[in-house]
Design a binder for this molecule. Structure first.
Ligand SMILES: Nc1nc2c(ncn2[C@@H]2O[C@H](COP(=O)(O)OP(=O)(O)OP(=O)(O)O)[C@@H](O)[C@H]2O)c(=O)[nH]1
Ligand SMILES: [Mg+2]
Length: 338
């Protein structure tokens, strides 16, 4: 399935129904008074989060949404029916922005949460409301009001606790598949992962957190090299970043250099992102020839105060310790916010 995380849509709420001009007509009652009912309200446009969705793809297919009009008021003081609301469903983590002002209108984070994106127009009052002592026969009623209309920009930012970053082939997808039930594609060529994946990591018996695997970054990502920055927004809301560095002989580059290159790119993307607690994991420990490079990276992390974890996602060495550490970091971060 295609992963779409940004769309523009146009929404138009329903017009209110007009009020009615009518007079009572009954046997033996001469000149019955005004009895025109009110028009119904136009339908609202509601945007609702549902965990059954994971991308904004469906909204690509339909970009205009109009809710139903309110029904006209009727004689005998009958109120017109309200227009049906139109409900647009999106995945949790969707931000709703106004295209014209760029203002964030709402952030739908929880399953089932709703936001009225455009209010239906009020129905007009029927002529029954306009009778006064001096005006016994009002021959007019109010028209319904227009529904609100808006151009909206919807942007999905996944809700994950831990974000994995690193060069392509660093082993991000292998880690998420060994630490959670997620099963992303893994292969020995760069840019295997083209869309973000989420996995739920169980740790400490009953606790859990969500980890996000995003496509690999390379030097120059800020200029759009590789897949560029486009997926970094999905780790903007995480509590902790885990930076993966391949220390096996599968790559000849210096691990510290690799780390610094990516770190620089993260910084260019956002000064906020780089303020998050960050830990480093040296991956592919099982492959020989990595001893000296491992030590170099370990020392660098020590000097720069990054918590450091040598792991092997294949043999699961160090994985449990890493999960416990990340879980504790996430909890610590969340309790600091509260
Ligand atoms: N031996 C060994 N190989 C590993 C380990 N982790 C990853 N690999 C291999 O390294 C290659 C890249 O792994 P991926 O998990 O796809 O790397 P990635 O970081 O997700 O790469 P992109 O999605 O391209 O950014 C694959 O061939 C994996 O099988 C490990 O711990 N040990
Ligand atoms: Mg991958």
């Amino acid at each position: 399935m295609k992963f779409i995380d940004q769309v523009k849509i146009y929404v138009s709420a329903g017009h209110g129904g007009s009020g009615c001009v009518a007079f009572r007509r009954e046997k033996y009652v001469a000149k019955g008074g005004p009895s025109g009912g009110d028009g119904g309200r136009g339908g609202h446009i509601i945007i609702k989060a549902t965990k059954n969705m994971s991308t904004l793809l469906d909204l690509r297919h339909q970009q205009q949404y109009r809710a139903e009009k309110g029904q006209y008021g009727m004689g005998k003081d009958m109120h017109g029916r309200n227009g049906k609301n139109m409900v647009i469903t999106v995945p949790p983590g969707t931000l709703i922005k106004d295209v014209d002002t760029d203002e964030v209108l709402f952030d739908l984070t929880d399953d089932g949460q709703e936001f009225i994106a455009a209010n239906g127009g009020r129905g007009g009052l029927g002529n029954a409301h306009f009778k006064t002592a001096t005006r016994q026969v009002p021959r007019f009623a109010q028209p319904g009001e227009d529904g609100e209309e808006r151009n909206l920009f919807l942007e999905l930012k996944l809700l994950a606790d831990v974000g994995l970053v690193g060069l392509p082939n660093a082993g991000k997808s292998t880690l998420i598949s060994s630490i959670s039930a997620a099963r992303p594609k893994i292969a020995d060529y760069p840019f295997t992962t083209l869309i973000p994946n989420l996995g739920v990591v169980q740790y400490g018996g009953y606790k859990s957190f969500v980890i996000a695997d995003i496509p690999g970054l390379i030097e120059g990502a800020h200029k759009g090299t590789g897949l560029g920055f486009q997926f970094l927004r999905h780790i903007e809301r995480t509590s902790v970043l885990l930076h993966l560095v391949d220390i096996s002989e599968m790559t000849e580059d210096d691990p510290v250099d690799n780390f610094e290159k990516i770190h620089k790119e993260l910084e260019l993307f956002s000064a906020e992102l780089i303020k998050k607690p960050q830990a480093v994991a040296a991956t592919k420990l099982d492959i020989k020839g990595s001893g000296e490079r491992l030590d170099r990276l370990a020392e660098y992390c020590k000097d720069n105060h990054y918590d450091f974890f040598p792991i092997c996602a294949v043999t699961k060495d160090g994985i449990k310790e890493l999960a416990n550490y990340l879980g504790a970091k996430v909890q610590e971060h969340k309790s600091n916010i509260e």
